[in-house]
Write a protein that binds this ligand. Structure first.
Ligand SMILES: [Zn+2]
Ligand SMILES: [Zn+2]
Length: 195
């Protein structure tokens, strides 16, 4: 089922409530953006003031993620507050020297906090909802805040049990880098000698 489209003249003065299920496809979200196998539940309220429409509500569901430390897949509950303000494009054009023409001319439209533009009478929610989902994605997903991750030596999941590797073998990334640099230097010397 496609995402419903709001029509300006179908929004009564007291506002319009809308609830439906939203699938990743409806929001053009691919598995590289977020995995939501069960889809999301959308519940929004649209209120209009002239031709400006304020949309508020929530998106909720379950995202499947992979922990960056232990690489295990886990389910993450999503509950995203939704806020969007839609302005009719005809309205924006008639305004003399709006903020988007005077300042920051290089920026794309839609990067203004919660501002979105609609054409004619139809307000499409997909782009706005998509942005909310993408912005809420964690940069470093963790199955638990204190996930111990994998042993860098033997690959044992340290959440399950500790391994036999000695502590000193577990090096910091900086130590590894230093060692690598010394190895490369040594190789370079050897190559020079051979000439
Ligand atoms: Zn983990
Ligand atoms: Zn180990």
């Amino acid at each position: 089922m496609a995402l419903p489209v709001l029509h300006l003249n179908e929004i009564p003065n007291e506002g319009l409530s809308l609830s439906c299920d939203v699938h990743a496809d409806d929001l053009a979200l691919g598995p590289e953006d977020v995995r939501i196998p069960g889809g999301l539940a959308m519940s929004v309220n649209a209120v209009k003031a002239g031709t400006t429409v304020h949309v508020t509500g929530t998106l909720s569901g379950t995202a499947r993620r992979q922990c960056v430390r232990c690489l295990k897949e886990y389910d993450d509950a999503l509950w995203l507050p939704i806020v969007g303000e839609y302005q009719q494009d005809a309205d924006l054009k008639s305004k003399p020297a709006g903020r988007e023409s005077s300042e920051r001319p290089g920026e794309d439209e839609g990067t203004d906090d919660e501002g979105y533009v609609y054409t004619g009478e139809e307000i499409e929610l997909a782009d706005m909802l998509r942005e909310h989902v993408i912005l809420a994605e964690p940069m470093q997903p963790l199955c638990h805040e204190d996930c111990r991750g994998l042993c860098p030596v033997c690959g044992q999941d340290l959440n399950v049990r500790r391994c036999e590797c000695r502590e000193e073998q577990i090096q910091s990334p900086f130590a590894v880098l230093k060692q690598l640099r010394e190895t490369v230097k040594g190789q370079a010397k050897r190559t020079t000698k051979m000439k």
